[in-house]
Design a protein around this ligand. Structure first.
Ligand SMILES: [Mg+2]
Length: 213
């Protein structure tokens, strides 16, 4: 039996997206809450993370969608440093196909819920591992919602990068997410309305072993 890692508030972990065994993104995040099941993670504006892009060995498609699809299909991307443009909190629950992101844009209160459809997360030695599955949902505080990046998602299904069964499961997960974030009884809602990070936390940097998959 393997003992799973549980982190303490203030620990820096790496959140990895892994596609077909290769690292797609790596983000350093500060642990806010880890009860062994639920996770709340924090990453302020200015955090440097690794994103994926077209390798220099082939032409770079002009459209972002095409760049993503080709990289996923050919599995030949390279990683590049990117800087986070706003404060983010990621909320995760085990065994579900999404995370919920809250962003703080300066008003002091989080805005809409951003539901990111992704592989259920697994714990690793250095953090957690998942994979972004393109489709997102924005749920506004008044309960109205809309799809985001539906076109990317449909294109990925058309190219066979995601099976139609998986796509149907993800849409079902999205409906559960909408119910979950608007129910007022989950970790995705109340506790974070007035929350601010511990001022002693700096900007997290990728921990050793961030690149290991
Ligand atoms: Mg997404």
């Amino acid at each position: 039996m393997t003992t799973q890692n549980i982190w303490r508030p203030g620990d820096t972990i790496v959140v990895q997206d892994v596609w077909r065994g290769r690292l797609w993104t790596a983000r350093p995040m500060t642990v806010v809450v880890d009860d062994g099941q639920h996770l709340a993670l924090w990453s302020p504006k200015g955090t440097v993370w690794k994103g994926s892009t077209t390798p220099p060995s082939r032409p770079r498609p002009e459209e972002r969608l095409e760049r993503i699809l080709q990289c996923l299909d050919l599995c030949d991307w390279i990683l590049q440093d990117r800087s986070l443009e706003m404060d983010l909190m990621w909320l995760l629950e085990p065994d579900i196909g999404y995370s919920v992101t809250l962003n703080w844009t300066g008003s002091g209160q989080p805005g809409s819920w951003y539901v990111n459809l992704q592989e259920p997360f697994e714990r690793s030695h250095q953090g957690i591992r998942t994979m972004d599955l393109m489709l997102d949902v924005i749920v506004r505080r008044d309960g109205t919602w809309s799809w985001k990046d539906e076109e990317e998602f449909e294109a990925a299904v058309e190219r066979g990068l995601l099976s139609s069964g998986k796509a149907a499961w993800l849409r079902d997960q999205a409906m559960q997410a909408i119910a979950n974030v608007t129910s007022q009884e989950t970790m995705f809602t109340q506790p974070w309305l007035g929350w601010r990070p511990d001022p002693a936390w700096g900007i997290p940097v990728l921990p050793e072993g961030w690149e290991l998959t």
